[in-house]
Structure formats: structure tokens, C-alpha cells
Design a protein around this ligand. Structure first.
Ligand code: KIV
Ligand code: ZN
Length: 507
């Protein structure tokens, strides 16, 4: 009988805290809904004390997500713990996750505290947290560079104080798999009350070993794995959820472990996170990269045609990817659309179904063949559109060529009023962005802009991603269209709307 590995997803905390990935509350909730459908055991929804936006995101997720445990992160400080509790208290299954650094480097140079002071603070924090909530996780930050003897003591004491999960982070991605496995084994052997807690690991990918370290930890007794969708996170990121889950799934014969994860949601969730954060998934990324199931070499293709198992160790359908499958076209009706969406894992209420069907029809008018990837892209657009934009696009016209100065006219609506202006630019995109700047009156720095094709063919949908910077904060806007200028215009406007609504909230 296989043992269970708990999957703790920290996409919305460690993933979201990396530069450029910031999501608004609406977007965070959408990701959380997908994580819930995927049946992750724990969703770490954010770090409530770090900003009002983080608090709001965690609170909203706590109120809306019913099946997964909702964790809020906090330092081992009373005010942080109280704030985390306030954000998660309405969750059906709340968890307080408190942490303090335990390595000599961090204790001396960052905290300026002695090991004894750190030990006392950790125990005190767990006691405070326990007074709010039964489910308490304690993390020894930078555990892999800590003195193992000190780890045994601190874990024993925090378990005695009420911690139900002890987490061993490889915070700076320094550990090597065998070494990390030994650390987990030694902790299991040398902490006398360890059987009263679940052993968890949290690995960073600085040396590209986050998944290998997590798997080795499982081999040595860890039963909760902290990870993120697409492996996003601080610096080189965290262990990737899809790689861990699919390794356990594909090699159950080796690990004899299972997870709760409904793997069919892996691909749609990966797409959603990539779109919302603007972080492109590298084409050769294991499991969810564009090429992960593509076979180029003739000899491989011949093998695949005879029997897919010759070169495929997983079926694309297992992760929710019906690659290359022509799904729908302009004559497809509402029922066919609805059925296809439900095969891809989307269950929509009537209003969302109507809205997405309308957008599907518009897309089918422009693009003859609609693939699964088109539908996944369309859904990630529809599902996060609920937030009311400050400025909406009425139209744009661009006059361009290789012998004239590109000029754009843009018309926007704000609060029922129509605004129009025109501007020139170095190219058509620059012209349209300048016209939007003139209307909205904003002065921002464009820090990133790119377009990529989402599907194949001349009529492929293009996704534009725009990142702007204002006062050190970055705002990402994305949009999809078969017309790349339209996608760019809408993406820029979305980034500006995000910035303006943040300015309004901070007033
Ligand atoms: O990397 C780390 O140590 C963390 C902890 C807060 C768990 O993210
Ligand atoms: Zn981390």
C-alpha cells in the first residue's frame, strides 16, 4: 500500500514574492481555485503582514477555498502571527506557518541573536500560534546550512510547544541530494518526538537541484513537499510541483508513494500561472514545456507511431494536454464548446459560459482551427477578467509603413466618458503606447515587452506581455489576440489599469 505525500503549494507566496511576478487579488484567487481543483493539500496563500495587498489576497482565498488547507506565513513575532491569523481565520482549514532562521550565518549576521535566543523565540512563536489554531507549521530557515545538533533541539522544542509540521528548507539551494537526504534521516533519528509531526521540505533551485533534493528527502522520510507551479520562486525558484507529482506518479513502482493531485489540472494551471505572472515556461521544461511531448527526430516519430510507449513515459492527457488535437471551429455549438471545456477541466457557471462562448465565437471568426491550447489561453483570459478596469479600450487606429512616421489614434472610456488622442512613435507599438500615455497622463517606464505565438500557423493567437515600472513597483499586463497590435495595446492598458488601481488603493 502506497504512503501519501502531502503537496504544499507556495506559488502564491514564495512564487509570487519573486521580482516581477506580482498578482492582484483576483488573479491570486483564480490560481487558488485551480490549485483547489488540482486537489493540492495546502495552499500557502501569502505573507499577510508583508503588505495590505498580501493580506487581502490571503483573506480572500481563505474565505473562498474550501477543500485545501490555507496557510499564512509569518515571522516568529507576535504581531506577524496575529496578522497571519486574522487573514486566515475564516478558512475552513487554516494553518499558521511561522519561521525563524537557524543557521549561524543568518542568526549572527541577519538576526543578531544567539542560538539560545532563537530557540526561545521559536518556542514562544509556536505557543502563540497554537493559541489561535491547531495546525501549526514551523520552518527553520536556512536549515541546510544550520548545525544539525541545533536543528534537533529546536525541532524537539517546537513540537513540544505544539508544532504539527516541521519544515526543513534548503533556503539558498545549497544542499546536494545525498547530503540533504542524510539531513532528513538524521532529523528523523535524533528528534525524540518526531513522530508527533509531519516532516516537510522546501527546496530552492539555485544549483538546479530543488526537485532532486525533494525526492531524496522523500526517500528519507519527508512526507510534505513544498513546491510551486512551473517552479517559480525566489531567485532560481522553488521545486516544481509538476515535476515532483509526475515523478511520484510515473515511478510509483520506485517510490511507492502517492499524492492526492488530480494531474489533469497540471497543464491548465501551468498555463494560467505563466500568463498571470508573465513568466514564460522554457520550451524544454519537464512536464509543461512546449516540447515536453514533442517528437522531432524521425526515428522517434516512427517509434511513436508504432507505439507511444517507445519514447513517451507519460501520456500528455495525464497532465491535461491534448496536444495537436483539433478541437473546435466556427460552426461548433455551445454544447460542443461546453463539453470540450469540461474535458479540459473547466466547469463554468452560466454567466461565465455565455461570456466565454461569445469570445470563442469571435476567436473562431478570426482563426479557423481552434486547438486545446487556444481554449486554455482563452479561459485564462476570461476567468480573470472580472476586475473592472479604470480605462477600457474603445478602439485604436494605426497608420504605419516603412516610409512614414507611425501614428496612432486611441479612444478610451473611463467612467462613461470618452477620451481620444493621437501620438507618433518609433514604431506602431510605440505610437499606440504614447497615445495611451497622453490620455491617461501616466509617466511609466516600460521595463519589458514581448509577444509570443501561443499556437501554430499564420493565424496563431499571439500573447503580448507588457511590464511597466512605477516607483519601484512593477505591473504586468497580458492580452491575447490573433492581431498582435491589438494584443499589445490591451496588454499595455491592463498594466496601466493595474498601476492606477493600486494607486487608488494606497490613497
Ligand atoms: O526558503 C525559505 O526558507 C522559505 C521559508 C520561509 C519557508 O521560504
Ligand atoms: Zn523559500
Amino acid at each position: 500500500m502506497s504512503e501519501k505525500i502531502f503537496i504544499f503549494d507556495t506559488t502564491l507566496r514564495d512564487g509570487e514574492q519573486c521580482p516581477g511576478a506580482s498578482l492582484n487579488t483576483n488573479e491570486k484567487l483564480e490560481v487558488a481555485r485551480y490549485l483547489e481543483k488540482m486537489e493540492v493539500d495546502v495552499i500557502e496563500a501569502g505573507f499577510p503582514i508583508s503588505s495590505p495587498g498580501d493580506f487581502e489576497g490571503v483573506e480572500t482565498i481563505a474565505k473562498n477555498i474550501k477543500n485545501s488547507t490555507i496557510a499564512g506565513l509569518c515571522r516568529a513575532v507576535e504581531q506577524d502571527i496575529k496578522c497571519a491569523w486574522d487573514a486566515i481565520k475564516l478558512a475552513r482549514k487554516p494553518r499558521i506557518h511561522t519561521f525563524i532562521a537557524t543557521s549561524p550565518i543568518h542568526m549572527k549576521l541577519k538576526l543578531e541573536k544567539s542560538p539560545q535566543e532563537v530557540l526561545e523565540q521559536a518556542v514562544q512563536a509556536v505557543k502563540i500560534a497554537k493559541s489561535y489554531c491547531p495546525d501549526i507549521e514551523f520552518s527553520a530557515e536556512d536549515a541546510s546550512r544550520s548545525d544539525p545538533e541545533f536543528l534537533y533541539t529546536i525541532f524537539e522544542e517546537v513540537i513540544r510547544a505544539g508544532a504539527t509540521i516541521i519544515n526543513i528548507p534548503d533556503t539558498v539551494g545549497y544542499s546536494q541530494p545525498t547530503e540533504f537526504g542524510h539531513l532528513i534521516k538524521d532529523i528523523k533519528k535524533n528528534v525524540p518526538n518526531i513522530s508527533q509531526a509531519v516532516v516537510s521540505v522546501h527546496c530552492h533551485n539555485d544549483l538546479g537541484l530543488a526537485v532532486a533534493n525533494s525526492m531524496e528527502a522523500i526517500n528519507n522520510g519527508a512526507r510534505q513537499i513544498e513546491c510551486t507551479i512551473n517552479g517559480i520562486g525566489e531567485r532560481a525558484g522553488n521545486a516544481s510541483l509538476e515535476e515532483i507529482v509526475m515523478a511520484l506518479h510515473t515511478r510509483e513502482d520506485f517510490y511507492n508513494m502517492t499524492t492526492n493531485i488530480n494531474t489533469r489540472y497540471i497543464y491548465p494551471t501551468s498555463r494560467l500561472v505563466s500568463r498571470l505572472t508573465g513568466f514564460v515556461v522554457q520550451p524544454n521544461k519537464a512536464i509543461v514545456g512546449r516540447n515536453a511531448f514533442a517528437h522531432e527526430a524521425g526515428i522517434h516519430q516512427a517509434g511513436i507511431l508504432k507505439d507511444a510507449s517507445t519514447y513517451e513515459i507519460m501520456k500528455p492527457q495525464t497532465i491535461g494536454l491534448e496536444s495537436n488535437q483539433l478541437v473546435l471551429g466556427k460552426h461548433s455549438g455551445r454544447n460542443a464548446f461546453k463539453n470540450r471545456l469540461s474535458e479540459l477541466g473547466y466547469t463554468l457557471d452560466k454567466e461565465k459560459l455565455n461570456k466565454s462562448f461569445e469570445q470563442f465565437k469571435q476567436l473562431a471568426d478570426k482563426k479557423k482551427e481552434i486547438y486545446s491550447e487556444d481554449l486554455v489561453a482563452l479561459m485564462s483570459e476570461v476567468l480573470v477578467e472580472d476586475m473592472k478596469d479604470i480605462y477600457e479600450l474603445r478602439y485604436f487606429h494605426i497608420n504605419t509603413g516603412n516610409s512614414i512616421l507611425p501614428t496612432a489614434t486611441v479612444s478610451l472610456v473611463k467612467g462613461g466618458d470618452i477620451y481620444e488622442d493621437a501620438a507618433c512613435g518609433d514604431g506602431p507599438v510605440d505610437a499606440v503606447f504614447n497615445a495611451i500615455d497622453r490620455i491617461t497622463g501616466v509617466k511609466v517606464k516600460l521595463s519589458d515587452y514581448y509577444i509570443k505565438a501561443l499556437t501554430r500557423g499564420k493565424d496563431a493567437q499571439g500573447e503580448a506581455v507588457v511590464e511597466i515600472k512605477d516607483n519601484g513597483n512593477s505591473f504586468v499586463g497580458r492580452s491575447i489576440s490573433t492581431d498582435t497590435l491589438e494584443a499589445s495595446t490591451k496588454a499595455y492598458l491592463k498594466a496601466i489599469n493595474k498601476m492606477l488601481s493600486r494607486q487608488l488603493k494606497c490613497k
